[in-house]
Design a protein around this ligand. Structure first.
Ligand SMILES: Nc1nc2c(ncn2[C@@H]2O[C@H](COP(=O)(O)OP(=O)(O)OP(=O)(O)O)[C@@H](O)[C@H]2O)c(=O)[nH]1
Length: 138
């Protein structure tokens, strides 16, 4: 995947298809690539399409355990666990963004704060130079 997709990512959801073993096998390649660009962001592993084969929820998928990653059984078709997955991913992303000690994240945070400060200053400059509105003369 092109590195730009990883740029500024604060969480990752890795999805495999319980009906296509190869998608599960590929997880380790995706995970390796992810960690090259984003060594510390939270990553969630998702087994999708459980509606098509509920037996799969009885199986143990070791990949997530091996890397100590959160794991969800999901069905995008009937909605099972979809809201929970995304709301948990957002919470993890926000917590990561606020607390990350990753060098690139710290640089990005500094730049964002700098940008906000600049905007605040621009705004107050404009307020000062904005002429007072005079009541219409009668
Ligand atoms: N039964 C079932 N089918 C699903 C589910 N999620 C996706 N699909 C079907 O799987 C097919 C592929 O879905 P896409 O959304 O195109 O996913 P993708 O990752 O882009 O798929 P590929 O490009 O084939 O790897 C479509 O026919 C979807 O309808 C699910 O939870 N249950």
């Amino acid at each position: 995947m092109h590195p730009s997709y990883y740029h500024k990512a604060h969480a990752c959801i890795m999805v495999f298809d319980v009906q296509r073993k190869v998608t599960y096998k590929n997880l380790s390649n995706w995970y390796k690539e992810l960690r090259e660009f984003r060594p510390e962001i939270p990553c969630i592993v998702v087994a999708n399409k459980i509606d098509a084969d509920m037996k799969m929820t009885q199986k143990s998928f070791n990949f997530a355990r091996k890397f100590n990653l959160p794991f969800y059984f999901v069905s995008a078709a009937d909605g099972t666990n979809v809201v929970k997955l995304f709301s948990d991913a957002i919470k993890l992303a926000v917590a990561y963004k606020q607390n990350s000690r990753d060098f690139m994240d710290e640089v990005m945070r500094e730049l964002e704060n700098f940008d906000l400060q600049q905007k605040g200053e621009d705004f107050s400059d404009k307020e000062e130079s904005c002429p007072e509105e005079k009541p219409p003369s009668t």
